[in-house]
Design a protein around this ligand. Structure first.
Ligand code: THU
Length: 130
């Protein structure tokens, strides 16, 4: 299954009783494996857990820690940008040059990179004097 089909399919499983806004994410690793996640909300924290974070958790739980490419899809007028926290989480596991495709369910796609999504990222280099 392609990365886009995987993200589109898992989006259907999103648990979104508060926002009613379903998001699907799929990650490809250098080993060629695909991990998926959808957003999961709850009453105490209605913003819940983002789809990207869910896919990252699935990847790490399976024993992998590198993202080669990411795909995020939602039903919105324009491709949805990942939230700030998810940008940092993607950066943790991807090279700056890793491709990220943001998509809408009706076929619009915006192709960017992890580095372009998080300019001036905080990295371990900033702790070099510690
Ligand atoms: N959301 C994601 O899952 N990923 C994004 O990139 C943007 C926002 C979710 C979180 C929440 O469940 C809903 O969308 C509205 O913020």
């Amino acid at each position: 299954m392609s990365l886009s089909d995987a993200a589109r399919a898992v989006r259907e499983n999103a648990y979104v009783p508060y926002s009613h806004f379903k998001v699907g994410a799929a990650l490809l690793t250098p080993a060629g494996n695909v991990y998926v996640g959808c957003n999961v909300e709850n009453v105490a924290y209605p913003e819940g857990t983002c789809a990207e974070a869910g896919a990252i958790a699935a990847m790490v739980a399976a024993g992998e820690t590198e993202i080669a490419e990411a795909y995020v899809i939602a039903d919105s007028p324009h491709p949805v940008p990942p939230c700030g926290g998810c940008r940092q989480k993607l950066m943790e596991f991807a090279k700056s040059s890793a491709k990220v495709t943001l998509a809408t369910v009706d076929g619009a796609e915006l192709v960017t990179t992890v580095g372009d999504l998080l300019p001036g990222a905080f990295t371990t280099e900033h702790m070099d004097r510690s």
